[in-house]
Ligand binder design. Sequence first.
Ligand code: PRP
Length: 206
Amino acid sequence: MINVALPKGRLGEKVYRMLSGAGYSCREFSPENRKLVFTDRENGVSYFWVKPADSAKYVELGAADVGFAGKDILAENEPDVYELLDLNLGKCRMCVAAKEDYREDTLRPVRVATKFVNVARNYYVKKGRDAEIIKLNGSIELAPILGLSDVIVDIVETGATLKENNLKVFETVFDISTRLIVNRASYKFKYGEIEKMVAKLKEAVK
Ligand code: PRP
């Protein structure tokens, strides 16, 4: 039996549809009910819904053998897992954005609001730019509007949130998509089952 952590919400349902297309459909599955665990005995897979931001933790600590996480979460938390496949789903970008008329003052540290403090810190360290990182938990776009920060480092998907708040992208930090991740010990001990799932998903991605 392999344990698979699915990210709750729209992305998880897309991932599940991809799994179904790859031959891993489960009769018990229903995104409508509140059940957190469902088991597909025929294929030997047990699924559970987790918060997307937690899926890498379940996999790293071995509660799940396989999971699905966005590149944003992987870059921020750097979990000790194998990243085996890009699912080409949940595509968006990690960006530096600010008010449309923002002009950088290089004489002082740039103030950066973000949920992704490690991503932001690494980005400015690489640039050799002093930065003051302000950790927020959501509605990051408010920070430059209220003068709490100069810029934000955040996810941009359609760009609608930025546009509606008169902000714009100044730089792209990296592209994001959903990755299949695997626990290191599981990959050794359940190699056959996991490789079979990865190979089938690879076909489905194509
Ligand atoms: C994310 C992100 C942006 C928005 C980008 O927020 O932080 O605010 O989506 O999407 P868009 O480019 O399509 O407008 P999320 O919806 O996760 O909410 P949050 O404010 O709680 O971070």
